[in-house]
Write a protein that binds this ligand. Structure first.
Ligand SMILES: Nc1ncnc2c1ncn2[C@@H]1O[C@H](COP(=O)(O)OP(=O)(O)OP(=O)(O)O)[C@@H](O)[C@H]1O
Length: 258
């Protein structure tokens, strides 16, 4: 099912409805929503979050530390399951998938970029970018991985290990790896958080350039308001709730009642 369409005719790629996420509180952790008591009980991180994102849209997720941004991203990635609520990505209900189907779906549909790069330290840049292609059973892996590293300006670093690369170069390898399968959805969690301002700006320019070039839908967590402002739309997360900064004219058009 296609779900809502946006006024520009684009279908919704992400449709999250009434998501709740409750986890066992970490032992000894002070639960701020528990009057500061040492909570041994459950912690509700997301409180009925709903979010629709159009295909090709770029959305910045901002909000205080601990407000639930990463948790929401983990749900959309299918790396965590909501306690309640439904998630559709590209029309597929994630909660109906078993672990294997979820992993397959994620490989085909979703790319993820982390603050800490998450490259495999024993593999070269080229080998890191090859991983998702090999998992997808692609026979043209070598050519595609090389082209992807070329697209992020690292054609001269194919044989380098992550430890032999600067932080900015490592994040560019991570971008090459995330985009190499042309995912429809890219989730980025503080992609510039470990980089100095200048290097971060170059990585972000690259990220938006690839996102536009491939028409990728982007959800980007950031504490940097200037970076969030570069997204077409900004969503505030506060205490597990969303406040949407979208312009009224951009609200998804709901099908009219028959
Ligand atoms: N598995 C878990 N068990 C217990 N508590 C958790 C778990 N995962 C997240 N939390 C808590 O839930 C809250 C939200 O975490 P989350 O990482 O989603 O916030 P965030 O908005 O991304 O924060 P930051 O900006 O600091 O990265 C935090 O208080 C965190 O400690």
């Amino acid at each position: 099912m296609d779900g809502d369409r946006f006024p520009n005719g684009r279908p919704a790629l992400v449709e999250a409805d009434d998501l709740w996420l409750t986890v066992p509180a970490r032992p000894g952790r002070v639960n701020p929503r528990d009057g500061g008591a040492r909570g041994d009980g459950a912690l509700t991180i997301l409180h009925g979050v709903s979010l629709r994102v159009a295909e090709g849209e770029a959305v910045g997720l901002v909000g205080p530390s601990g407000s639930g941004k990463t948790s929401l991203l983990m749900l959309l990635a299918g790396l965590e399951r909501p306690t309640r609520g439904t998630i559709r990505i590209a029309g597929t209900r994630l909660d109906t998938l078993d672990e294997n189907a979820m992993a397959r779906f994620r490989r085909q549909t979703t790319g993820i970029v982390f603050q800490s790069f998450q490259l495999i330290p024993t593999m070269t840049a080229l080998e890191n970018v090859l991983v998702p292609l090999e998992l997808a059973g692609r026979s043209d892996g070598m050519a595609a991985a090389t082209a992807s590293l070329d697209a992020v300006g690292l054609a001269h670093r194919l044989g380098h290990l992550p430890a032999e690369l600067s932080g900015g170069e490592q994040q560019r390898v991570a971008l090459a790896r995330a985009f190499v399968t042309r995912p429809r959805l890219l989730l980025a969690d503080e992609p510039t958080g470990n980089l100095d301002t200048r290097t971060g700006a170059a990585v972000v320019d690259l990220l938006f350039s690839l996102q536009r070039q491939y028409g990728t839908t982007l959800l980007l967590i950031t504490h940097d308001t200037a970076l969030a402002a570069r997204c077409g739309r900004c969503v505030q997360v506060r205490d597990g709730h969303l406040e949407d900064g979208r312009l009224e004219s951009e609200q998804p058009a709901r099908p009219s009642a028959p």
